[in-house]
Design a protein around this ligand. Structure first.
Ligand code: GLP
Length: 343
């Protein structure tokens, strides 16, 4: 892994002004790993702020696609700080939120509309008229027309410049559950049981979580000029690995992001933990061996070769990207023997 400031540097910004992340090797989509969730929030906020300053200078609007959930909280916190302490101006910003539960009243403590007010809009100077959030309070008969109008409004605003995303454990982006097509647009969708289970604590019980939601479609998301998908925490590690390492399938909707020309995944260390380059770095690149890594590699090799460690032969090392360790093999075998003897 190499330290890289940014995968999609825009001209005019000193690279040193952006927090550093590690670019992960051998993923199917640019992927950055930060030690902490704070690092991810600062990095993404800086990307947004940089575009915003450029657009403000040119007296042009910035269109942001926004997400709710615990993942982007750090981004909003940092953007609010930049607004308060550095005067970052949101007056020309137009926003479109990804999704909203349906049915859902605006004032409900569970509504994404209220969540956005409390966590972001009340603290920055985005004009009320520029805020767009799917409406959970509409009767069923009005929902489809609303969804079409939502798509039109995005288009009339000139399209989304940066789309911020989290990812659900089902691999959903927005509320596009498994099976959603790559071309889907804003629509009413039935929530997956896993998604409802994940939301249960906030609703004081799964039975209180709405069965449906309005979400931008996968196609709507992919129409954004830049997409930033964030994931934090070990509970996201498995789905993140699928999203950035597996081939496109509609089973894991986030995998469709691989087909977007300017997408990046921004992860904290826990969410990146299952990636091949983190778990078994010796399979993807030259590694600087440490005693810990050597031991991890040998344990992995024993599992891979289906042999006890003491039975591993030089050939096993060569066949599994571990030629480097052949020389240390003798020492390792002695270490293991000593451990076995000590019990
Ligand atoms: C919900 C939202 C998604 C969000 C996901 C992950 O399902 N509709 O947009 O990305 O949850 O939430 P969290 O960030 O809390 O893990």
């Amino acid at each position: 892994m190499t330290d890289t400031p940014l995968s999609t540097a825009e001209p005019g910004t000193p690279i040193s002004s952006l927090p550093l992340g590690q670019r992960i090797a051998k993923t199917r989509v640019p992927t950055l790993r930060f030690e902490s969730s704070e690092g991810t929030g600062h990095y993404v906020a800086q990307l947004i702020a940089r575009l915003l300053r450029q657009r403000n200078q040119a007296d042009k609007p910035t269109v942001l696609g926004l997400a709710t959930g615990s993942t982007p909280i750090g981004v909003y916190r940092e953007l609010i700080r930049l607004h308060r302490e550095e005067g970052l101006d949101f007056s020309r910003v137009v926003t479109f939120n990804l999704d909203e539960y349906w049915p859902m009243s605006e004032e409900s403590i569970h509504s994404y509309r209220r969540w956005m007010r409390e966590n972001f809009f009340d603290h920055v100077n985005v004009a009320q008229a520029n805020i767009h959030i799917p409406r959970g309070d509409l009767p069923r008969r009005s929902v489809d027309t609303f969804c079409e109008e939502y798509e039109q409004a995005i288009e009339e605003a000139g399209g989304i410049d940066i789309q911020l995303l989290g990812v659900g454990r089902t691999g959903h982006i927005g509320f596009n559950e498994p099976g959603s097509s790559r071309d889907s647009r804003t629509r009413l969708i039935t929530l997956d049981p896993v998604t409802r289970k994940d939301a249960a604590s906030g609703f004081y019980g799964e039975e209180n979580v709405p069965l449906r939601a309005i979400t931008m479609g996968v196609g709507t998301i992919l129409s954004a000029r830049q997409v930033i998908c964030m994931a934090l925490g070990e509970h996201k590690a498995a789905v993140v690995r699928q999203a950035v390492e597996e081939r496109p399938t509609d089973r894991i909707v986030a995998i469709f992001l691989q087909t977007h020309p300017d997408t990046q995944f921004v992860l904290d260390a826990a969410a990146a933990a299952d990636l091949t380059a983190i778990r078994t770095p010796w399979t993807v690149e030259t590694v600087n061996w440490t005693p810990l890594l050597e031991r991890q590699a040998v344990i992995w090799l024993a599992q891979k070769a289906g042999k006890p460690i003491l039975k591993l032969e030089a050939r096993d090392f060569h066949e599994h990207h571990l030629a480097d360790l052949v020389e240390v093999r003798t020492g390792l075998v002695q270490d293991v023997s000593a451990c076995v003897r000590r019990g």
